[in-house]
Design a protein around this ligand. Structure first.
Ligand code: PLP
Length: 389
């Protein structure tokens, strides 16, 4: 790997040097007073990043985003419960499989490729059956589509269901207000917009979600993910007391503490806005180059990544050419169009210069692929918007 390559994929992302340095600091162990402070602060900070209610409970556990999904389903679902999965693509399929694994009867509302499921349709389904929970993928990493979840929590509560939002490709980049929007579970992983190397599952549960867990009649069918094991540990670290269930990833937690500090120093509102401007600028460049995006309408396109169809005559060979110009972008993920599009992540520490470098590399690679364009059109379109930063 060329260390001067710019990583512009939808996770893992580029990391701030201070976050990486935090991982190399000597930590005596998970019971050491210094580490207890670090973990406690990271947990408190995470609630602020999620704009979560005061009485919500954060969980930080070694694992990836899939573990966070697993943890939500394992702790909330009992065999025979009904779950509604709003399906926008690849990771919604995964959530449906996870819910089924814990014994739920799973109904799915599946969006057209590149589209969202309208909230009225979700409300309709929730009113028709008694669901234990509804899951939504906030930003669908396979299509670049963002679901507006601002009404989801209220609608779910009105119908006696818990709302679970997979924010793995959104959290700390897209606007999200767990308290204001009454969302019961918001979950993510360290390596996406939170800006920490892979290895931590991050989740904040509402009081209502914890009550549903406490009211279970059957034990959680996953030993490692069981909140009965983790709740006392998280509460101990929040109270700045040592505790042990399974060894935390101390170096990653130290990195999380630094990254959360940086995120809160920028401020959530400023951070949401920066992601919006960066995304608008990049998408303006893509449009200026006359490339088509996977989301079927601009207003449902995510701010954290862009999914772009290859133009006629260009194939996945484009990715290697972009890389020769120093920028790494990602191939397709959605099984139905995997070879027809590519994805560019722009979240976390991403800057205006990163956008320009990426657009420049894409323009040159397109020209080398035989695509007729005027080099510089994309850059000019991006520049005109980036001045807002
Ligand atoms: C990346 C991603 C996941 C899976 O996260 P892992 O850390 O790879 O397990 C789940 N959901 C979404 C929306 C993602 O983008």
């Amino acid at each position: 790997m060329n260390e001067r390559e710019l990583l512009m994929i939808p996770g893992p992302i580029e990391f701030d040097p201070a976050v990486i340095r935090a991982m190399t600091v000597h930590l005596p162990g998970h019971m050491a007073p210094d580490f207890i402070q670090v973990f406690g602060r990271a947990l408190d900070g995470l609630k602020q990043v999620f704009l979560a209610p005061e009485d919500s409970q954060p969980f930080v556990v070694a694992g990836s985003g899939t573990l966070a999904m697993d943890m939500a389903a394992a702790n909330l679902i009992e065999p025979g419960d009904r779950a509604l999965v709003v399906n926008t693509g690849f990771f919604s399929d995964r959530f449906a499989a996870i819910c089924a694994r814990y014994g739920a009867t799973v109904d799915q509302l599946t969006a057209e490729l590149g589209d969202v499921v309208p909230m009225e349709q979700i409300a309709d389904s929730l009113a028709r059956h008694k669901y234990k929970l509804v899951t939504v993928t906030h930003v669908d990493t396979s299509t670049g589509v963002r679901m507006d979840v601002s009404e989801l929590g209220r609608i779910a509560r009105q119908n006696g269901a818990l709302s679970v939002v997979d924010g793995v490709c959104a959290t700390a980049g897209e606007e999200f207000r767990q308290a204001g929007w009454d969302i019961d579970i918001y979950l993510t992983a360290s390596q996406k917009a939170v800006g920490v190397p892979p290895g931590l599952a991050l989740l904040v549960a509402s009081r209502q979600a914890l009550e549903a867990f406490q009211a279970r009649k059957t034990p959680v069918a996953n030993y490692y993910a069981d909140w009965a094991n983790w709740l006392p540990i998280m509460q101990a670290y929040q109270a700045r007391r040592p505790s042990y269930f399974a060894t935390p990833a101390v170096n990653l937690v130290a990195a999380l503490d630094v990254s959360v500090g940086q995120i809160l120093a920028e401020g959530m509102e400023a951070r949401f806005r920066r992601h919006q401007v960066i995304s608008d600028a990049f998408k303006a460049a893509i449009t200026a180059l006359e490339l088509k995006q996977v989301p079927v309408r601009p207003e449902i396109a995510a701010n954290t990544l862009t999914a772009i169809y290859y133009p006629d005559g260009v194939d996945a060979g484009l990715l290697g050419r972009i890389r020769k110009h120093g920028v790494v972008v990602a191939g397709g993920l959605h099984p139905r169009i995997r070879d027809r599009y590519f994805r560019v992540g722009h979240m976390g520490v991403v800057s205006a210069s990163d956008v320009l470098a990426t657009v420049g590399a894409i323009e040159r690679a397109l020209a080398e692929s035989g695509y007729a364009l005027k080099e510089g059109d994309g850059l000019a379109a991006a520049q005109s918007i980036l001045t807002a930063l």
